[in-house]
Design a protein around this ligand. Structure first.
Ligand SMILES: *Cc1c(COP(=O)(O)O)cnc(C)c1O
Length: 355
């Protein structure tokens, strides 16, 4: 792959107001890019000024969706260090997605080096206000200009950076979730476990309909029986029932979230029982009827933890924990964000410094 070359931008942008960033609105001065050519492998890793791509209209990604992505965050710690949270996990997951989409693998360590090099160059872009961070978006697209259906022989791996605001400016707040019984997101044997554009394309219609009904996100049920719980929009899901925390098993149709994995590790570390297993939607509504449903929350890089205040399943609506943020949700949120921002001790060695 060789050494990463750097071409500095000659026209740095004005940095946005840190208190009004939102999510994914602003991009930094530079981007990372490297190419793949069949027979040559990945080559020409470079950091260049952030710029549009010029592509042939026949470029395969536009037509057949061979595209994968990742998402992670960099934080500036109070002591000035720039921290990444478990970046090797993201780069390992890229290869799981790549394999499913017939995209050639990248070298995990090199991928982390590329992230580090770009973040280091852009470190003045990392916002410092409470709850803000620099979102990192690595992605790969198929680039052959060709309309036949087959895996592309050329690809681009890119990394772009976006300063993002606190997901919940007023602290974490429970959201209303609509349980989707009409559309499905994925089935076993499909691409549900890959972080790929197509899964999002499949989810938009349901998302829009739920939002029109006043819900923040949808909870997906399994694609065969519409019976077992899968995940929420861009997050994995957890429930606390009768003192025990449960989350759906990874069976090929949901994403193996890094926040999910970190939450399970923390729960085990705290001695709180946690199970990965099939959970039917009836079980959740029954637990609520029995007074045993204590908490529900989503996990994902963007929001970290998103408490769930209510669920609507075929117009049966339940309010969880009186619509308040639960104790476990809050504790996991405080701990993960504390570790990510360097404010708390990191007993698992999850963070790495870019320098
Ligand atoms: C990215 C993503 C998640 C969350 O994964 P994290 O690694 O925790 O950010 C969950 N579900 C889907 C569908 C995703 O794309």
């Amino acid at each position: 792959m060789g050494k990463i070359t750097i071409e500095q931008s000659q026209s740095p942008k004005t940095k946005p107001d840190q208190n009004n960033l939102g999510f994914g609105n602003y991009f930094t001065d530079h981007m990372f890019i490297m190419d793949y050519t069949e027979g040559v492998g990945w080559h020409d890793p470079r950091i260049i000024p952030y710029q549009p791509l010029m592509m042939d209209p026949a470029t395969m990604v536009f037509h057949y969706g061979q595209a994968i992505f990742e998402g992670l965050k960099a934080y500036k710690a109070r002591d000035g260090r720039v921290l990444l949270f478990r970046p090797h996990k993201n780069m390992a997951r890229i290869n799981i997605s790549n394999d499913r989409l017939c995209i050639p693998p990248i070298d995990v360590d090199f991928g982390v080096e590329a992230i580090k090099a770009l973040v280091k160059l852009e470190k003045d872009w990392i916002p410092e206000a409470e709850g803000t961070s620099l979102y990192i978006r690595p992605f790969i697209i198929a680039t052959d200009p060709y309309l036949g259906v087959r895996p592309s022989l050329t690809y681009k791996f890119m990394i772009i950076l976006s300063p993002v605001g606190a997901y919940y400016p007023e602290g974490i707040n429970p959201v209303k979730i609509y349980i989707e019984s009409k559309y499905v997101r994925a089935v076993k044997g499909g691409i549900g476990f890959a972080k790929t554009a197509g899964n999002y394309a499949a989810s938009l219609k349901s998302q829009v309909e739920a939002q029109n009904k006043g819900y923040t996100q949808v909870l997906w049920l399994d694609g065969v029986e519409r019976k077992y719980i899968e995940e929420v929009g861009t997050m994995n899901i957890f429930f606390k029932i009768d003192g025990k925390v449960v989350t759906p098993l990874l069976e090929g149709s949901i994403l193996d979230g890094i926040t999910r994995d970190s939450s399970i590790a923390l729960l085990k570390h705290w001695g709180i029982p946690v199970e990965e297993r099939r959970i039917s939607i009836e079980e959740i509504f029954q637990a609520q009827a029995d007074g045993k449903l204590d908490e529900a929350f989503g996990t994902g890089t963007a929001a970290v933890i998103s408490p769930i205040g209510s669920l609507n399943w075929n117009d049966n609506i339940i309010t969880i924990n009186n619509g308040q943020t639960g104790e476990i949700s809050k504790r996991i949120y405080d701990t993960i964000t504390g570790i990510q921002s360097g404010a708390m001790e990191d007993p698992f060695g999850w963070t790495i410094s870019v320098e």
